[in-house]
Write a protein that binds this ligand. Structure first.
Ligand SMILES: [Zn+2]
Ligand SMILES: [Zn+2]
Length: 244
């Protein structure tokens, strides 16, 4: 089995943890969630802008830049245009959860994104071990809140707890499928890094940051800088070490 596949399985497990966390939600758990979302947002934005995009453009030029845009717009299409109600975090808007179908469309939208989580991990490792590891950390940081998101949307829209956990398991399967297909499908092998950079940017800047902005809190505001800063420091250290 490839290294990327092991990391994808770890990321899939974090999805499941999120699904089980939602069944035992507490105030402390919610505060940790918010911190994690903010920290993950900063780390992911930095990963996409500093780690993934320059590498993709180095290899693919202008076409890679266009693929970043396509990746970004694909998530907008599947999580906003085609879906009635979607945002990251625990679902509390019961007035929008009118039918089970709302939960299922949100799940379908998120499945494309989790597929590209896998593509990101695989193409990160393809570009270099150090980039693969940093991309994996970026993905892992939002995997628990991602599981929470889908499980709580499924529950709020009237689906059973078993279905909610099943939905979370599907997210994990789709991440693993992203890794496997990147290794076998030509277009993903060549433009996977650029496409998934666009997806990562959307998830961080357009899914996670709006969640951070919902509630004014010093610790979550600072956590965004911490996440981005920690990425950059690690990136400089690791890159200097691997490519002196
Ligand atoms: Zn909502
Ligand atoms: Zn994800």
């Amino acid at each position: 089995m490839s290294t990327a596949l092991w990391y994808a399985l770890a990321a899939a497990a974090a999805n499941l943890i999120g699904g089980f966390v939602i069944t035992a939600a507490s105030a402390a758990g919610r505060a940790t969630q918010r911190f994690l979302i903010a920290f993950g947002a900063g780390f992911m934005i930095a990963t996409a802008l500093v780690g993934m995009i320059p590498h993709a453009v180095d290899e693919g030029g202008e076409a890679a830049a266009a693929a970043v845009l396509v990746g970004y717009l694909l998530v907008h299409l599947t999580q906003h245009v085609l879906v009635a109600h979607f945002h990251f975090g625990e679902e509390t808007h019961h007035e929008h959860m009118v039918s089970r179908w709302v939960g299922i469309t949100a799940l379908l939208g998120l499945l494309l994104h989790t597929f590209f989580d896998g593509v990101a991990i695989a193409s990160g490792f393809h570009a270099g071990e150090w980039l693969g590891l940093l991309v994996f950390i970026a993905i892992l940081l939002h995997k628990v809140p991602e599981g929470v998101t889908v499980a709580s949307i499924m529950l709020a829209s009237g689906n059973s707890a078993r279905r909610a956990i099943g939905a979370v398991a599907l997210l994990g399967v789709s991440t693993v499928a992203g890794v496997v297909l990147t290794e076998h499908v030509r277009i993903l092998a060549t433009t996977g890094l650029a496409l998934s950079a666009g997806v990562t940017l959307y998830v961080a800047a357009s899914n996670l940051v709006p969640e951070v902005q919902k509630k004014r809190s010093l610790s979550t505001s600072v956590a965004v800088f911490l996440g981005a800063g920690l990425f950059y420091v690690t990136y400089l250290l690791v890159r200097g070490y691997v490519e002196p």
